[in-house]
Design a protein around this ligand. Sequence first.
Ligand code: ADE
Ligand code: ZN
Length: 333
Amino acid sequence: MADASFAHRLPKAELHLHIEGTFEPELIFEIAERNKVTVPYPSVDALRRAYEFSDLQSFLNLYYDAMAVLRTEQDFADLAHAYLARAKGQGVVHAEIFFDPQAHTARGIPYEVVSDGLWSALRESERRYGISSKLILCFLRDLTAESAMQTLETALRHHGDRIVAVGLDSAEVGHPPTKFRHVFERARAEGLLTVAHAGEEGPPEYVWEALDVLKVSRVDHGVRSLEDPKLVARLRDEKIPLTVCPFSNVKLRVVDTLRDHPLARMLELGLHATVNSDDPAYFGGYVGDNLAGVADALALDDGTLATLARNSFTASFIDAPTRDRYLSRVAEA
Ligand code: ADE
Ligand code: ZN
């Protein structure tokens, strides 16, 4: 069995991380106080005790409520700095970070405030934390395609070059990837890469659509792909990476326990799986903790953990020379 310290110190890329999902209760209360807004929980402990979820929607309700205290550029910068500092302690050397602009613009926070705040932290990330980073703009799939298109146009006008890709998140079932066909076409025409949450709670058909319609470079989650052998063959043959989030899958009841998690089976099937933290402030751990957790629960050896770390870099959107430097660091770990 691999020891936790190896899982933590292995150099790794985090590819599935919602910055709003790194909002720890202590920082929620600190920022709420600064902005003179109230959190609908009496204390940090009471808030943390509320982190019991029955499914994705029950989590999203709390997630959107909590992020509503974020108002200023400084708030978004503080959020990103807090994540990067923690990520450093988890062996993260590269992070591709999701953000949900519509969850903020819908509350009257201008897109520029979100983007400039996050960027002020990310532009210092390499120097301060030794972490290279990229931003992925996610559309909320339970809002309309028109709202997503407007968000994309705003993002393209305001430092479009800060974004490497667009993604799709929020409530999956009932909101298939095809709903966003034109938005993703427009994004690709502007040179952006595409990813999408698919096969988390939604059926394998959504994963097919993400590939065929949205032309994604990676599938976020994708665990339900295993229900469809033809899809597994496609993902394997085309080496499509899956950004798997074990703690998230347990907390949101996609699987019963970590011991039931299909990660090991995915690797055995030849899938390009990576391990990620999704919303670590809510799901009980950051990416090194996720890796240590599956190592223990699924009896993964150090060689398998190193494979997962290598997979994270080969699935990332970094340039080839940087990727190769990171791969050498895995070999030396
Ligand atoms: N937004 C934040 N976390 C998410 C998840 N696990 N699935 C879908 N949308 C999300
Ligand atoms: Zn996610």
